[in-house]
Design a protein around this ligand. Structure first.
Ligand code: NDP
Length: 495
């Protein structure tokens, strides 16, 4: 199916949603302002999109509050919410072609990834929470004989989901699934680079039977629409995925307004530790290359620091460089492409700035190191590997969010763990080893919310995802995600 579609022809014909979706319909923004949406594959304008301001956000919040207080969703029987969310998931799959295309046009990721990965995983996430919601139970606490005490979960009310551009549909679904399933109303604020699929989700939710106002979508700029949500006195919770810098703003907004709950999935600088006893360097090389070059390295848990024992350093780097060739940047709308463009010119320039900083600090590029495909007008960077990196260099400490791997040689297990943990981040980490003992020691030593042993970037909706340290707090995915969007209520019945 994927190969049978003429994606370039479809791209010329597809309708681009560009107005806020509030109270069950597309509406004009009050601000009248717009921002430009550029296709990063060729640098050309796709359309101008309405830029919501604080007044637009307020309209969305009032609509969401009306829906919540009416009980039309919040007090609906869980089994009924389940049916509507399952229908929503089915409609996402039914619109797979259009959603994949909109995602690729917005962010320049390969159409094969959007079609086989992003759409399918977003639909699966909504379905997972739909299936879960009528199967979770409250508690009966062990209190005195003349009391019956229930511990119940209640929705918080209005949840703002503020999400980034790297996996727009998946990041939205990770918030929408648990927040909607537990009965909240949600206002989704997509990143300015990627509003299309979020707006389409609003439309599909209505088609699935979700009452108007339960899911509103406000495209807009972070420092205007995002900030307005963060400061709004009637928003009860923000589920945020994005940079650590903006995560800190949301904590400030909360303190300056109504102490709204905040869940933060933030940046990372994840270590790929390869010990001298690794018994499958080919598997490690393949996992490490995919872990930094997939999605153009624009991945929060990208394995961007290679911490490798000096005994195997040269051999491993050669193998990773060979694997990296698979990720040569190509036309995002070509079904054979494995690596597309960067999301924007700004992000490309940011990554090129880090590559310059690596060179200036004395690290040596053994692969890549520059912009390519300039004749297309798009924003492409080749897979890049630096050797001779010290962990105190900028390219080892700061999140690059691009296809750049920094190789840091170490001696032995203890130094490897010390370097791996020497970062302000703690989202994820991996160890490659043939020793069961070292695998267990590393799993306990790495200060990260996710640890992979002899694999990388494996995930499941059944498993929580989120970070330690400045990678945030709260978890997406799994039943634990429901904690973020509910409050516990203790009810005491005297007999
Ligand atoms: P940003 O933090 O810049 O933006 C994320 C969202 O916040 C966007 O919707 C953005 O809007 C909004 N925003 C920006 N500034 C403000 C502000 N002052 N007040 C309120 N909202 C604001 O991140 P990126 O979009 O650049 O995404 C990349 C980052 O996301 C990386 O650091 C990455 O590590 C992290 N990330 C983390 C994941 C995780 O699960 N831990 C997963 C994926 C990404 P706008 O687009 O208009 O600026």
């Amino acid at each position: 199916m994927l190969q049978e579609i003429d994606w370039h022809a479809r791209a010329k014909a597809v309708a681009l949603p560009n107005r806020p979706f509030i109270d069950g319909q597309y509406v004009d923004s009050l601000s009248g302002e717009t921002f430009a949406c550029i296709y990063p594959g060729n640098g050309r304008l796709l359309t101008d999109v309405a830029s919501c301001n604080a007044a637009d956000v307020d309209v969305a919040v009032r609509s969401a509050r009306r829906a919540f207080e009416s009980g039309v969703w919040s007090r609906m029987a869980p089994a009924d919410r389940r049916r509507i969310l399952l229908r929503f998931s089915e409609l996402i799959l039914a619109n797979r072609e259009e959603l994949a295309l909109l995602e690729t046009l917005n962010v320049g990721k390969p159409i094969a990834n959007a079609y086989n990965g992003d759409v399918v995983s977003a639909a699966a996430c909504i379905a997972w929470y739909a299936e879960a919601i009528d199967k979770v139970y409250g508690e009966v606490a062990a209190t005195a004989h003349d009391m019956t005490t229930l511990v119940m979960r209640e929705p918080l009310g209005i949840v703002a989901a503020v999400v980034p551009w790297n996996y727009p549909m998946s990041m939205a679904a990770w918030k929408l699934g648990p927040a909607l399933a537990t009965g909240n109303s949600v206002i989704l604020k997509p990143a300015e680079q990627s509003p299309f699929t979020a707006l389409k989700f609003g439309e599909l939710a209505i088609e699935a039977g979700m009452p108007p106002g339960v899911l509103n979508v406000v495209p807009g700029l972070g420092h205007i629409a995002g900030k307005a949500l963060g400061l709004h006195m009637d928003v009860d919770c923000v589920g945020f995925t994005g940079s650590t810098e903006v995560g800190k703003y949301f904590m400030q907004y909360s303190g300056q307004s109504n102490i709204k709950r905040i869940g933060l999935e933030l940046g990372g600088k994840s270590p790929q530790v390869v010990l001298a006893d690794c018994d499958d360097l080919d598997a490690a090389a393949a996992g490490i290359a995919a872990g930094i070059f997939a999605n153009t390295g624009q991945v929060c848990n990208a394995g961007s620091r290679l911490i490798v024992d000096e005994k195997i350093h040269d051999q491993l780097l050669e193998k990773i460089a060979a694997q990296a060739r698979v990720f040569a940047p190509g036309d995002p709308l070509d079904t054979a492409t494995r690596m597309g463009s960067m999301v924007s010119e700004e992000q490309m320039d940011r990554v090129l700035g880090y590559i310059d900083a690596g060179r200036a600090d004395g690290a040596r590029p053994v692969l890549g190191g520059g912009r390519v495909k300039t004749e297309t007008g798009g924003f492409y960077i080749e897979p890049t590997i630096f050797e001779g990196v010290r962990n105190d260099m900028k390219i080892a400490q700061e999140e690059i969010f691009g296809p750049v791997l920094s190789a840091i040689p170490v001696k032995g297990f203890d130094e490897a763990m010390a370097v791996a943990n020497d970062t302000v981040y703690g989202l994820a980490g991996a160890v490659w080893t043939g020793s069961v003992k070292n695998a267990h020691r590393a799993a306990k030593s790495l200060r990260a919310g996710v640890v992979w042993v002899n694999c990388f970037d494996r995930g499941s909706l059944a498993v929580p995802f989120g970070g330690f340290k400045q990678s945030g707090f709260g978890r997406d995915k799994s039943l634990h995600a429901m904690d973020k969007y509910t409050d516990l209520k203790a009810v005491w019945f005297a007999h």
